[in-house]
Write a protein that binds this ligand. Sequence first.
Ligand SMILES: Cc1cc2nc3c(=O)[nH]c(=O)nc-3n(C[C@H](O)[C@H](O)[C@H](O)COP(=O)(O)OP(=O)(O)OC[C@H]3O[C@@H](n4cnc5c(N)ncnc54)[C@H](O)[C@@H]3O)c2cc1C
Length: 503
Amino acid sequence: MTAPRTIVIAGGGSAGWMTAAALSRFMKNFPADRAVKIILVESDEIGTIGVGEASIPLLGVFNALIGVEERDFIQRTQGTFKLGIEFHGWTRDGESYLHPFGNYGQSLDMTDFHHYWLRARAAGYSAPLDDFNLNTLLARSNRFALRDANPASPLSSIAYAYHFDAGLYARYLRSLAQGNGVERIEGRIVEVQQHAETGFLTGLKLASGQVVEGDFFVDCSGFRGLLIEETLKAGFTDWTGLLPCDSAVAVPSARTEPLLPYTRATARTAGWQWRIPLQHRTGNGYVYATSHISDDEAAATLLANLDGPALTDPRVIRFRTGRRTKAWVKNCVAIGLSAGFLEPLESTSIHLIQKGVTKLLTFMPSGTWSQTLVDEFNRQTTFDYEDVRDFLVLHYKANSREGQPFWDALRHNPVSDSLQARMDLFRDSGRVPVSDHELFKLTSWVAVMLNQGIVPRDYDPMADAIPLSTITGRLDQMRGVLARAALAQPTQAEFIARNCAAF
Ligand SMILES: Cc1cc2nc3c(=O)[nH]c(=O)nc-3n(C[C@H](O)[C@H](O)[C@H](O)COP(=O)(O)OP(=O)(O)OC[C@H]3O[C@@H](n4cnc5c(N)ncnc54)[C@H](O)[C@@H]3O)c2cc1C
C-alpha cells in the first residue's frame, strides 16, 4: 500500500462525518499530483445510532482543527455548555458530587494543590475541596462563563465541554466536508470486495449494483464493523467482565428550567441514568445490565425519573463493551463504534473518534507500505481504550451502594493492576501520577477517588514546607476570589440567550 489516492469512508454517523471533515480539511490542499479523493457512503435506510450528545473539553480542540467556530457550533446544534458531570447516588442514595473539568485551586509551591488542602483539613480546616474549583461553584448555581486567557484572572481556571444534538452536528460536518470536496454516496453496502491475493479491500458494492472503489477504507459503519470485523476479522476484546452494562434505553424529554451547565449521571438499581440538557430538549437514558434488570423495568424506571414530559417512546439499544482487537487491518482503519465501545459514563466515545481521526492524520500512509506504522497505530489505540476503561471502572469499584447486588458485585470485582495500584497509592499518600498520554488528568482522578470514598491516609510531605497558617490564609483568599468570581457570572440560560441561542 502506498499513499492513498481514493479514501472511502463507510458510514455517515458522527464517526463518518468527523472523519470526512477532518481528512478533507487538510487533504483539499494537497498538490494536484498527490490529490486524494474522499468518498463517504451512508445509508438513510439503516440510519445512525442516534445518541451521543455529551462531550469532554477536547472536542473544542477538534472543532478548531476543522474550522468550526464555537458560537456557530452551539447555535447550529442546539448546544449548551458542560462544566462537568454530577454523579448522583454513586456513594449512597441522596449524595452527589461533581467531577469538574477545571482545576482545583493553585499549587502554593512544590506539590499539587490538593495536598495543601489535605494538610489543612487534617489540622481541622473545614472548607470542602469543591470551594476551590470554579467549575463546581458555577455549576452549583447554574452559571456559566467562558475561560479567560489571562492567567491572572480567576476565570482562567474554567474548562468546559458541550452538550449537543449529534444528528445536527453530523449534518453540520457533512456540509463542511462536502464544501471541501467530499463526495457523498447514498446506498446500502451489500458486499465488501477484497483483492484475491492480498486480502486488501478494493471496493464496496451497493444494493444498486454500483461499486465504490478505493485504495484506503475507513470503517465508520457502527457496532457491526462491516469492514473491519465482518470482512477482515479483526477480533473483539471483550470487557463485559469489567463493565457489565450491555444495554441502554433512551428517551428525549421537554426542556426544563433551570438549564443546568452539566451532565447528570444518577446511579440506579442496575446501572445509571444520564441527563443531558440541550437548548430545545433534554436527552435521557438508562444504561443497565440485562443480567440484573429487564428492558421493561429499565424503561419504566427511566420514564418515572424524567423531569419533563417524554417526547417519544423509549428506545432500547444493545451494546457490547470492549474494543476491536486491531483497529487497523490491511488498508482499513476502524473509527467510532466499529472500533469499540465503552459506556457513556464520562462521555468519551466522541473523544475516541476524535483521537482515532487525529491519529489517522498522524499515521496516514505515505510512499511505501509500513506494517510498523499500522502496529504503532494499533498500540496507541489499545492504550486509548484501556485508559478510558480504567477510569470508568473506578466509578463502579469505589461505590458505597451496599446491599444492592449489581453494585456489590462491582465493588468486589477485580480491576486492572494499574488501576488497583493507582487507587492504593492515592489511599496511602494522596499521590496521582498521571502521564501526558492519559486522557483524564489529576483533577478528574482526585474528584472521583476522593468523592467516592478513597480518602488519603496522608499527604505529600512537601506540603509541610509552608507554615500551616500561611496555607490556610492562602486557601481562604483563594476561596473568596473564586466565590466572588462565580457570583458575578450570568446563568447559563442568560449566557446562551445573549451569545449563542440556536437558530
Ligand atoms: C446508549 C449510548 C449513549 C451514548 N452517549 C454518548 C455520549 O453522551 N457521548 C459520546 O461521546 N458518545 C456517546 N455514545 C457513543 C456515540 O453515540 C457514538 O460514538 C457516535 O454516535 C458514533 O457512532 P458511529 O458513527 O460510529 O456509528 P453510527 O451512528 O451507528 O453510524 C453508522 C453509519 O454507518 C452506516 N451504515 C451501517 N451499515 C451500512 C451499510 N450496510 N451500508 C451503508 N451504510 C451503512 C449507517 O447508515 C450510519 O450512517 C453513546 C452511545 C450509546 C450506545
